[in-house]
Design a protein around this ligand. Structure first.
Ligand code: NAD
Ligand code: FES
Length: 278
């Protein structure tokens, strides 16, 4: 059992949980994730470890409440127990001194971007951050990203904060202005990561993305997280989650992400009915 030491609602349907997990806090690295089973009866879901405090033995995850399992997790409060937390899983980010790194976080993807940008900054990279969300209320980790950035841009789809539009536009402006960019990290919805990768490919800028395919066991056994990288099958849980964005078969990823849409909807409807929430 894992105790929730803090719970913070960041915005509607996005929650930050601090969980007491000293062994994971000690051994995790940027880019890695945990599998969480909220209650004994629920399925497992992967969440990137957004931050960790070794002294307190605490890890932080950010949860977007979308399906049955995240609904169950959202009902847990400070001092409640999570049934199981397994990790750290996945490969760690290759943190090197690249030079100038553009770090793009789209929506909840910013929670995945933050620990990577933080580590890149620590070893001397210049961090140019672009974070985007649908509107100002849905922007997460703004201050945290600002604090580790040498240059910082915000976009919102509706223009309620920063530049109106999507994260692609500041990136395009940076490239067109001739700014030195040695690497781009882009994390968010698949469509966003695909568009960023298409753009950077034209300019031959190395681009790393973090893929969020459907996971079941998280240990390379079930095959559900399979993606095609340069035409070859890879498992996001053990070979990733980060890959070269220029080599990802995006159409294949997006089709596989929707494989259980019907079952997910049925499960959520049933859960909300049981809880009298519908
Ligand atoms: P969202 O739909 O609100 O998009 C976030 C931002 O991404 C937008 O504000 C925009 O700037 C950019 N974006 C979206 N569509 C785009 C397009 N067509 N072209 C260019 N830019 C675009 O995202 P959200 O609701 O916060 O996040 C949900 C999505 O993020 C889900 O698909 C989820 O699976 C994914 N996600 C990915 C990761 C990861 O590790 N890659 C982690 C968490 C969530
Ligand atoms: Fe089963 Fe990756 S989640 S192989």
């Amino acid at each position: 059992m894992f105790i929730i030491s803090d719970k913070k609602i960041l915005c509607e349907n996005i929650i930050k949980f601090d969980i007491i997990a000293p062994d994971i806090a000690k051994s995790r690295a940027a880019g890695q994730f945990v599998l969480v089973i909220p209650t004994k009866e629920s399925e497992r879901v992967p969440f990137t470890i957004m931050d960790a405090d070794i002294n307190k033995g605490v890890i932080s995850i950010i949860v977007q409440v979308i399906g049955t399992t995240t609904q169950k997790l959202a009902k847990l409060n400070k001092n409640d127990c999570i049934y199981a937390v397994a990790g750290p899983l996945g490969k760690q980010t290759e943190i090197e001194n690249y030079g100038a790194a553009v770090c793009i976080g789209g929506g909840v993807g910013t929670a995945v971007m933050y620990p990577i940008a933080k580590e890149l900054k620590k070893i001397g990279n210049k961090i140019i951050s672009i974070i985007g969300s649908r509107n100002a209320d849905m922007l997460i980790l703004e201050q945290e990203m600002r604090d580790i950035s040498d240059e910082f841009y915000i976009t919102t789809d509706d223009g309620s904060k920063g530049t109106k539009g999507v994260v692609l536009e500041p990136l395009m402006n940076l490239i067109k202005s001739g700014k030195k960019i040695d690497i781009v990290f882009a994390i968010g919805p698949a469509i966003m990561m695909m568009k960023v990768s298409e753009l950077t490919k034209q300019y031959n800028i190395k681009t790393i993305v973090s893929l969020n395919s459907i996971m079941i066991d998280g240990t390379g056994m079930c095959g559900s997280c399979r993606v095609l990288i340069d035409g070859k099958p890879k498992f996001v849980c053990v070979d990733g989650p980060e890959f070269d964005g220029h080599l990802v078969d995006w159409q294949n990823l997006m089709i596989r992400q929707t494989a259980f849409k019907h079952q997910e909807k049925c499960s959520l409807d049933k859960y909300l009915e049981t809880m009298n929430l519908k």
